[in-house]
Design a binder for this molecule. Structure first.
Ligand SMILES: NC(=O)c1ccc[n+]([C@@H]2O[C@H](COP(=O)([O-])OP(=O)(O)OC[C@H]3O[C@@H](n4cnc5c(N)ncnc54)[C@H](OP(=O)(O)O)[C@@H]3O)[C@@H](O)[C@H]2O)c1
Length: 164
C-alpha cells in the first residue's frame, strides 16, 4: 500500500460504474468534485477510459499516466506505462496520485490505495463495469459518509473510504 495513492470513482448502489465504455450516471457536481479532488496531482488511467474522455485527450493541468499493454500507443499530453509496477514507479515522487479507472485499473491498483473518494449514487443503472464493493471488502471502512445531496433527480454523497 502507498499513502500517496488514492482513488476517485462514481459508483451506483450496486457499485456499477459504466456501460459500453462510458459512465452511466453523470452528475455535473461530481465532475466539479472530481476536478477539485484531483487538483494538480497525477492521475493513472486505463487506455479505454482515456478514449472515453472528450476527444480522447488527457486531463488538463495534471500529469496523466496511461496504462496500456500496447507498446506503440502514444497520445500527446500523457505518458504511458505498460504495467502496474511501471505506473507506480513513474509517480513515486509525485505527492498525490489518483487512480481514476476504469474497472480493470481500479481492480489492479486498489490493493495499493490508501483512500478512495467515492461519489455514491443512490440509484441503480444498467452497467457492465463495476467497482469492487468496498462495503464487503475486508480492510476498508467508510471514514466519511458525506452529506446527502440531490441533482438531476439523483441522490448522492461524496464519501471517503479508507483502509484500516
Ligand atoms: N464511474 C466512474 O467513476 C468511472 C471512472 C472511470 C471509468 N469508468 C468506466 O469503466 C469502464 C472502463 O473500464 P475497463 O476496465 O473496460 O477499461 P479501463 O480500465 O479504462 O482500460 C482498460 C485498458 O487499460 C490497459 N490496462 C489495464 N490494466 C493494465 C495493466 N495491468 N497493465 C497494462 N495495461 C493495462 C489495457 O489497455 P490496452 O488495451 O491498450 O492494452 C486495457 O485494455 C467504462 O464503462 C468507463 O465509463 C467509470
Amino acid at each position: 500500500m502507498r499513502d500517496d495513492l488514492e482513488l476517485v470513482v462514481a459508483a451506483d448502489a450496486d457499485w456499477g460504474i459504466g456501460k459500453n465504455g462510458t459512465q452511466t450516471l453523470v452528475i455535473p457536481e461530481d465532475r466539479r468534485h472530481f476536478r477539485e479532488v484531483t487538483g494538480r496531482g497525477t492521475v493513472i488511467v486505463g487506455r479505454k477510459t482515456l478514449m472515453d474522455f472528450p476527444g480522447g485527450r488527457p486531463l488538463k493541468n495534471r500529469r496523466n499516466i496511461v496504462l496500456t499493454r500496447d507498446g506503440s500507443f502514444a497520445v500527446e499530453g500523457a505518458e504511458t506505462a505498460h504495467s502496474v509496477e511501471e505506473a507506480l514507479e513513474k509517480c513515486r515522487q509525485d505527492g498525490r496520485v489518483f487512480v481514476i479507472g476504469g474497472e480493470s485499473v481500479y481492480r489492479a491498483l486498489l490493493p495499493y490505495c490508501r483512500r478512495a473518494h467515492v461519489t455514491r449514487i443512490f440509484a441503480r443503472a444498467e452497467n457492465d463495469a463495476f467497482f469492487p464493493a468496498l462495503d464487503t471488502l475486508p480492510g476498508w471502512r467508510l471514514a466519511d459518509r458525506g452529506e446527502e445531496r440531490e441533482s438531476a433527480g439523483l441522490r448522492f454523497a461524496f464519501q471517503t473510504w479508507e483502509r484500516w
